[in-house]
Write a protein that binds this ligand. Structure first.
Ligand code: PSU
Ligand code: MN
Length: 307
């Protein structure tokens, strides 16, 4: 069967920014949905990320499926659709979401990287990527985010990976897949709420021009996929790993006992951590997401200038 033309709808703002060579930063939508953060914090996170991208001089492009249409860049009156969304859409689900005309599909990192690549956007920001879950050797639960990073030519800025993963195995898998992992002003791979997971990053970068040069050099060598920029949570918002780790262990233990598996694990564990930290995990989550969006905007600006 002949493949039909790719159809991803870009907002007017995103489409003119790209045409004029202005910096654009793609954002996912799962973290802004009810599955990422409870209301009203999801709305605050969305506002903070949009604001960070704009303050950094770039145009934000939220990715999602809305009324069966793949979208890059949403109008403000559509933001409510994302905040209310309860259908997680990974890269494998995109064709289903469009073909079966889902009302709303909140895109994960994997799906967002695909839509960003189709739109021609080269910088993306999120909170933390998915990766190899603890016990992945038995369950096989390794996020499609990793495969997408390996094949979609987009730089992903994140605060490392989700804190409750097997971060050592996640880094090993990124190595196997050939994804460059760059620690932004850090030697340690961050663990979302915490600046140091205990695992080193393969490379540290301290300077924005150098970061842009590394991205340029990587792509000039024909690297088919993306790069991961690991940006630790701002120090003032951090919950140290030693402090959050027992809560993570507890949350994962109860998820297992209750039979929560697969894509359901993340929303469930995030909520359990929020309760265990008396809500402290929420401002931490907001701070790191906004900081990633700000760094992504600065990188997109330097990359746009160098083109
Ligand atoms: N990290 C968070 N909250 C989230 C996610 C990550 O703190 O909601 C989402 C992102 O959209 C990420 C997805 O791409 O979870 C990965 O899910 P899975 O492990 O099911 O692939
Ligand atoms: Mn999974």
């Amino acid at each position: 069967m002949p493949r039909p033309e790719t159809s991803v709808r870009l907002s007017d703002e995103v489409s003119s920014a790209l045409a004029e060579g202005h910096p654009v930063v793609a954002l996912e939508s799962t973290i802004f949905s009810r599955m990422g953060l409870p209301a009203p914090h999801n709305q605050s996170a969305l506002a903070a990320c949009l604001d960070s991208v704009r303050s950094g001089g770039a145009v934000p492009a939220i990715t999602a499926v809305v009324d069966g249409e793949a979208r890059v860049g949403l109008d403000p009156d559509e933001h409510g659709r994302i905040l209310e969304a309860d259908t997680k859409t990974s890269r494998r689900d995109l064709g289903v979401a469009i073909g079966a005309r889902w009302p709303v599909g909140a895109t994960t990192v994997a799906a967002s990287l695909r839509l960003a690549a189709l739109a021609g956007i080269s910088v993306f920001a999120t909170g933390g990527i998915g990766g190899a879950h603890r016990g992945w050797a038995e369950t096989g639960d390794v996020s499609a985010d990793l495969g997408a990073l390996a094949s979609e030519p987009v730089v992903c800025v994140s605060a490392g990976a989700k804190a409750f993963l097997d971060l050592g195995a996640t880094l090993e898998r990124l190595d196997t897949l050939g994804v460059p992992v760059l620690g932004w002003r850090t030697d340690a791979f961050p663990a979302f709420y915490s600046r140091d997971s205990g695992h080193p990053v393969p490379h540290r970068v301290d300077d924005l021009d150098e970061l842009a040069a590394i991205v340029g050099a990587t792509w000039s060598l024909g690297h088919p996929g993306g790069l991961l920029v690991a940006n630790p949570i701002p120090a003032e918002a951090e919950i140290p790993f030693g402090e959050i780790r027992p809560h993570i262990d507890e949350a994962l233990g109860s998820a297992r006992r209750l039979g929560v598996t697969g894509p359901g694990v993340t929303p469930w564990v995030l909520e359990a951590i929020r309760e265990a930290t008396f809500g402290r995990s929420v401002p931490a989550n907001l701070a790191l997401a906004a900081d990633n969006a700000a760094l992504a905007a600065r990188l997109a600006t330097v990359l746009a200038e160098s083109r």
